[in-house]
Design a protein around this ligand. Sequence first.
Ligand code: ADP
Ligand code: MG
Length: 697
Amino acid sequence: MQTVPEYFGSLVFDDRVMKASLSSKVYTSLRKTIDEGAGLDLSVANAVAIAMKDWAVANGATHYTHWFQPLTGITAEKHDSFISPSPDGGVIMEFSGKELIKGEPDASSFPSGGLRATFEARGYTAWDPTSYAFIKDNTLCIPTAFCSYSGHALDKKTPLLRSMEALNRQAMRILRLFGNTTVKCVRTSVGPEQEYFLVDREMYEKRKDLMFTGRTLFGANPPKGQEMDDHYFGVIKPRVAKFMAELNEELWKLGVLAKTEHNEVAPAQHELAPIYTTTNIAADHNQLTMEIMQKVALRNGLVCLLHEKPFAGVNGSGKHNNWSIATDTGVNLLSPGETPYENAQFLIFLCAVIKAVDDYQDLLRISVATAGNDHRLGANEAPPAVVSIFLGDELTAILEAIENGTPYNGTEKKTMMLGVDVLPNFARDTTDRNRTSPFAFTGNKFEFRMLGSSNSISCANIMLNSAVAESLKIYADRLEKADDFKTALHQMIRKTIKDHKRILFNGNGYDDEWIKEAEKRGLLNYRTTPDCIPHILDEKNVKMLTSHNIFTEAEIRSRYEITLDNYCKSVVIEAKTMADMARKQILPAIEKYAASLAETAGAKKALCSEISCAYETKLVSKLALLADGIAMKTDDLEAEIIRIGDIESVEEKGYAIRDKLLNKMSELRGIADEAESVTAEEFWPFPTYGELLFGVR
Ligand code: ADP
Ligand code: MG
């Protein structure tokens, strides 16, 4: 058996394979493209393509695909085989530089939000050489960006790469101001912690709600939920352990640095965290991780649920985006250093993040907005929909001292002149205690905790990188013109703290008092997707995003359309599924149970007319009442679905769903769940919460 180091990355065309299979000239030129974004000429691309194909074929691949991330939120691939006919009637395996660099899939069936008129159905995919190609299911997958023919981004990778470039541009200006001439580029890194549920496949297949929507739409609370806190970090059950072992093996072969695994708070809930890596690679790897999780689960008779809220009454699933900025020389710019110079540099990057999060709270909220995530944010289990930053007491005290020009009450008790004095040491472990903050500083990185488990991490990082690039740009514009750099720097940091301290909050984010306090501070609270999405079109947001070339105005509008449309479609599918289950499964089950009770009562009476049959009579009338209620609420729901279908604008549709449809759904669920709790188990038409949550051993 091979050891992990022996098979790690065995399905990846990584640096080791490149070095071994490319001439040194081709290798050097490709490395220049990967590391510095230098252009790539066709002769190099041809040589790379041949080496890639030979390696892939030797490893069992028959096909290749440009692997991309359209706005559906999942990945897309169209396979072409390498075969090319040879004159003797056989075939040879071929792959050219042109095929490596560019693909032309028919784009007409991918969401474009009006960007691509159907007569212009062509789109193209362009190779992202910074993310290694890999083999999946005998297919060589080439990570690519996806654009319309007119050059508009139709995917999540293109703006992510643009945002990384924008941040790089601005951060480099700041580093040069600090006299740093050696750093060549600055990159962000991300380690996304992925939560998920595992349920038994047979039970899953008996529930239309799980099959069609990924979450349960009905289900009475079981006698036991998560109240004992006995699942978190608990012993991993054998079936789950087998799943995790196979998952790790597959991910390791694909070069994904799967590192930490454990049980989460809710029963049947688990987490996987990889070691952090460059953001666009982390995004590709997270997409792969979600895909492989589902595949390995199925193979083990399980289903992996990535929905944000598969079950009411227990925690939903999120994804924590651990984010930092580092230079190509390995310096983490969010890590406070040992010298005054490093500390001042740390503070300016820290301030840039504080300013960015405050100025673009709305964009961060928007970046995680989906119908599924609306169930989590603000539900006392995940951070609230209000964005705020946790810095920890010590760092907050240091910032306060800088703001007020007062001595910091640390060990040394002196006022600090930035760039001259050393920052007082603050203990790192004090920064990690708050688990309720949406955006927490954890020693040398920020943890953005609002992402939903099924979100692509690209969206959050696009907004985060862009907003921080904007802060840095404003700083650099000012500092480059300053006569006295140190004084200007000091003033700017003080001003940032003064202007943006409202976004800092170290308390309990789950507390209702905080929401009131946040409102007083003027922080935004967009509770739902329809509340926040329209604000992507606000002038300040469009201006910032277009000025850094992250999106064109048309691209922003298309994303606005697609996100709202997606929200509407998801909820309407849920509503239709509920109506279907109520009519075809729940009502017939109740009728059947009532009939059986009536039959029993009849039999008892026939045996002895003195028997009262009070139990059956009472229960049958209760069931009859509940059935009437369910039928009525289903009628209401169906009428609402029709009304919503007639609304033209996605924004109006979104509001109607938020204000009306969701209420109708929860009314229907309320009665149906009550009916479940009084119906004999053998009559209930699908597996219950108890079976789903505790069924995997
Ligand atoms: P916890 O659950 O305590 O928050 P985990 O170990 O589950 O911690 O996840 C922490 C994540 O943060 C990991 O993916 C880790 O690789 C990542 N991480 C650690 N340091 C950095 C950093 N400097 N930049 C980005 N991510 C980081
Ligand atoms: Mg974790």
